[in-house]
Design a protein around this ligand. Structure first.
Ligand code: ASP
Length: 319
């Protein structure tokens, strides 16, 4: 019989609704513990509570601890299911996807409605995740996110709605698979991923979003804070208001890497436009273009990359 490890980290899937106040908060006992008694499973299940945190309190240090826990446990299991708050689930999923070297399934799941709310998706998502973790086809796919009968890759998935149970979507390519009553169906495979093992996360990377009329005030303030790196969610194909350019250049001259993604949630950034503030000028200035990643995920990637090197050229190659 296959063996699956469930690691709980908190979030709504670990919480209960107070029926008097309507408030949703952590429960004394995990509402989904003892899963084997709640559903007929043809697998041996072990469970661990690693953290009990709402996911806005999850940091890259927690992600690192979780990655080590998964790495140490995996030799004894056929797969791993991690329950997590949905707010930062995509960042944790991507972190694990970047650092954990395995061909076994690692599934992240959460819930939009806690276990005692009407229409709760908590138990359902957990059971779906275990089913996917048991599936042979789920191997070699990197870290997957299972919610609402869909399977998404860590790289492409994002939370799109604040409250709808169909919140997790992959805007660029759609889900990699679906879950039906009796089948797990993958529509496609995944290109080989390369992982980078890290033993610490020691750098500080800021994330900024560009907007019409943005000037150099914010970028100057960020420079003064001396971060180890900056991710900029630029406009369209990778353009910025021209007023930001002198301060941005000063940051790059100071050897602080600036990684560019788009605030559009589909498509890639590319050095197309030659006007002042256009992508071509940014590229020639030494801004690093990150293909197809969201701002939060590019930030995770830069945090991991900075553990390997601070060299601008090598960082550029990693993206
Ligand atoms: N705020 C919650 C969290 O991320 C939302 C959820 O879990 O769905 O912890």
């Amino acid at each position: 019989m296959k063996k699956i490890l469930i690691i709980h980290t908190g979030g709504t899937i670990s919480m209960l609704e107070n029926k008097d106040t309507g408030e949703v908060n952590s429960a004394e006992k995990h509402p989904l513990s003892d899963i084997t008694n709640q559903a007929k499973l043809t697998a041996e299940i072990d469970e661990r509570i690693l953290f009990d945190l709402p996911s806005p309190q999850i940091t890259p240090q927690h992600m690192l601890t979780l990655s080590k826990e998964v790495e140490n446990a995996l030799p004894n299991y056929d797969g791993c299911v991690i329950t997590h708050g949905t707010d930062t689930l995509e960042e944790t999923a991507f972190f694990l996807d970047m650092v954990v070297q395995t061909n076994k399934p690692i599934i992240l799941t959460g819930a939009m409605r806690s276990s005692n709310e009407i229409g709760s998706d908590a138990l359902y998502n957990l059971l779906s995740s275990i089913r996917v973790a048991l599936e042979e086809d789920a191997r070699e796919k990197g870290v997957l996110v299972v919610m609402n009968d869909e399977i998404h890759t860590a790289e492409s998935v994002t939370k799109t709605s604040t409250s709808n149970v169909a919140t997790f979507q992959s805007p660029q390519f759609g889900p990699i698979g679906i879950i039906t009553k009796d089948k797990i169906i993958f529509h496609r495979t995944r290109l080989a991923r390369s992982t980078r093992k890290v033993s610490s996360i020691s750098c500080d990377v800021f994330l900024l979003k560009a907007y019409a009329g943005m000037n150099e005030q914010l970028i100057k303030a960020v420079h003064q804070a001396k971060p180890d790196g900056i991710v900029l969610e630029a406009l369209g194909q990778g353009n910025l208001p021209k007023e930001m350019i002198p301060s941005l250049k000063a940051i790059i001259d100071d050897q602080i890497p600036v990684v560019l993604v788009s605030r559009s949630f589909k498509g890639n950034v590319q050095p197309t436009y030659g006007y002042e503030g256009g992508g071509k000028q940014l590229y020639e200035m030494g801004v690093i273009f990150a293909d197809g990643l969201s701002g939060p995920k590019a930030r995770i990637k830069l945090l991991i990359a900075l553990e390997k090197t601070k060299d601008m050229e090598l960082l550029k190659n990693m993206f």
